[in-house]
Design a protein around this ligand. Structure first.
Ligand code: NAP
Length: 551
């Protein structure tokens, strides 16, 4: 006979395959919204948390469930809001200035009406029975299962919408509807007897998540995503602990013990790992990769688990509670994280372990200094001198990198590009798949600054244009332009496909110093006779350049 565990495993694998096919169709342009969308969907851990918080298992379980409700609902509210904010920004050239048909607010009214009807129906059925065997209670439980199936379909359709910016928002609306149905249905779970902590938890999560989703600047999206991974994983760990405490007295069979163990271990590792990533991205921890003796051994053990992110933690929570919708969303989230990691690996020509959590290799300061000395001299340029250069150019390729995000210079970049276009200069943007600190990072920032997405070129598309470009204008990008990746077999970057800016007629780099980027590798590009450095904060440099060009 097929056991619940086997059914769960079938579902996990099938959801993974389905997710693979849906998610591979998401273009690189939408990789950041994809991450926050799967984040929001993996907030389905909320439904397990609601049951634990509302059931009368023990005071400890209620407390853990309550905390898990806060964490998961923060992810749900924050995730859907910020995904929608991002998706709203992606526009084509011809879509600017066009008044889109506005969203009909009457549709919004339909949602609460639907939920209320649903709740009344389920409540009625539940009350009509006196015990769990009664037809009303059985009907409510059956209805709940069908709601979960419908939610799963809506989540898949939602992710499918992300295969094009045109349908992405509608897709996310469907996914949000799926989430709403799953939550509303769960409120009538037969084990929930008390709504006090559920209400407080949901309110707190909606306020925190809502504030994060509505107010967090686009430049802080990577740290928000990391934080939300950690919250989802924390929720999974808390529920795992609660389930252990609840069952340990009556005895846990091997399967239950293993799933709980996996849930707590994966959840805790993902929680701390993601929290560290968020701290690094926020500048609270040192930005350079932290390396230490024996790191590689550690990577294989701990880091491999971290790779699975919140998705696996969520799925294992689904196995512990035997909740199929959580197994499905966990599998979808895990597949998405795994696929994006593979894409990053390909873009960096490195192994999965090394890319996700390893360092390129610690490079001593003296080595950097010595290498720099051997490479020759660096030429710097002022904004005023640059204006002379811009007088005679016909085509410019803008190459944004992590420094643009740090300086919050995306609006300055967009303004400069517009000014150059009005002078008849052809402007293109070159987007490296791993520029910045998360897949699609640059796309979101430029979309925020109203850069039409049809002006953005992928690395494969733009590289043939560099030899014709008069200027490659590099804004805070470093590793993704380093020619050592092509020319120097001894470089840790060797083999990583790069934007071939060194083939442009001249190269202008906006950054504050000659310091290396994420990989810690000195950039020989800066010693190229065609290259000129405009030193300073990218935003300030762009402002000065813009003012000089205007005058
Ligand atoms: P990068 O190599 O990290 O270089 C960023 C540069 O920005 C730095 O050299 C820095 O130089 C400059 N910068 C910082 N603040 C600035 C400011 N306020 N104004 C001007 N410049 C500033 O960035 P990248 O070229 O975008 O490459 C991304 C790197 O991150 C790659 O190595 C990639 O493998 C790695 N990575 C990417 C992802 C992803 O998914 N995208 C994830 C993890 C790791 P100064 O200090 O001299 O200003």
């Amino acid at each position: 006979m097929t056991t619940e565990l086997e059914i769960g495993l079938y579902i996990f694998i099938l959801a993974g395959f389905l997710g693979y096919h849906v998610i591979t169709r998401v273009p690189p342009l939408l990789h950041t919204p994809l991450m926050s969308a799967t984040n929001a969907i993996s907030g389905i851990s909320l439904i397990g948390s609601l049951v634990v918080a509302g059931a009368n298992y023990s005071r400890l379980s209620t407390t853990l469930g309550f905390l898990a409700v806060i964490c998961s609902s923060t992810n749900v509210f924050g995730g859907f809001l910020i995904t929608d904010r991002m998706l709203k920004m992606f526009k084509k050239r011809e879509e600017f200035g066009i008044q889109h048909r506005r969203f009909n607010p009457k549709l919004l009214l339909a949602l609460p009406v639907l939920v209320i009807v649903l709740l009344v129906l389920m409540h009625g059925f539940r009350r009509s029975g006196t015990d769990a065997e009664s037809s009303g209670a059985v009907f409510a439980a059956t209805a709940l299962r069908y709601f979960y199936i419908l939610s799963a379909v809506l989540f898949i359709l939602g992710l499918k919408g992300l295969s094009s910016p045109k349908y992405a928002r509608k897709g996310m609306l469907l996914a949000a509807l799926g989430m709403l149905m799953a939550i509303a249905g769960t409120l009538f779970h037969p084990e929930i007897v008390n709504y006090r902590w559920i209400t407080v938890g949901l309110l707190t999560g909606s306020i925190v998540g809502g504030a994060m989703g509505l107010r967090i600047p686009m430049t802080a999206v990577p740290q928000r995503t990391a934080l939300s991974h950690s919250l989802g994983a924390l929720a999974a760990s808390l529920i795992g602990i609660s389930e252990y405490v609840r069952h340990v007295a009556v005895g846990l069979d091997r399967v239950k013990m293993t799933t709980i163990g996996l849930e707590v271990v994966i959840g805790s590792l993902t929680f701390t790992g993601s929290l560290m990533a968020a701290g690094k991205l926020q500048g609270l921890l040192p930005g350079s990769p932290i390396t230490y003796r024996g790191q590689n051994v550690f990577n294989i053990t701990v880091i491999a688990l971290l790779n699975s992110y919140g998705g696996l933690a969520d799925a294992s929570m689904g196995f512990v509670l035997m909740n199929k919708i959580q197994i499905i969303t966990g599998s979808l989230d895990g597949t998405s994280g795994f696929l994006l990691s593979l894409l990053m690996c390909r873009a960096m020509n490195r192994s999965a372990m090394n890319v996700l959590f390893g360092a390129f290799g610690k490079i001593k300061k003296e080595e950097v200094g010595a290498a720099a000395e051997a490479m020759g001299t660096v030429r710097s340029i002022t904004p005023e001198e640059l204006t002379v250069l811009f007088d005679s150019v016909r085509s410019v390729i803008i190459v944004p990198g992590y420094g643009m995000a740090v300086a919050q210079a995306q609006h300055g970049v967009s303004e400069l590009a517009k000014l150059l276009s009005t002078r008849g200069i052809d402007v293109k943007y070159a987007i490296h798949p791993v520029a910045g600190r998360m897949p699609g990072h640059m796309n979101v920032l430029l979309a925020e600054a109203n850069v039409p997405y049809d002006q953005l070129y992928t690395m494969e598309q733009i590289n043939p244009y560099f030899p014709e470009a008069d200027i490659a204008l590099i804004i805070g990008a470093n590793d993704v332009t380093n020619p050592a990746a092509k020319n120097n077999r001894n470089s840790p970057l060797y083999g990583m496909p790069i934007l071939e800016v060194d083939r442009a007629k001249s190269i202008i780099v906006l950054k504050r110093s000659l310091r290396p980027g994420f990989a810690g590798v000195d950039n020989e590009l800066y010693y190229d006779p065609k290259c000129m450095m405009l030193f300073g904060d990218a935003k300030e440099s762009l402002n000065s350049l813009f003012a000089a060009l205007k005058s």
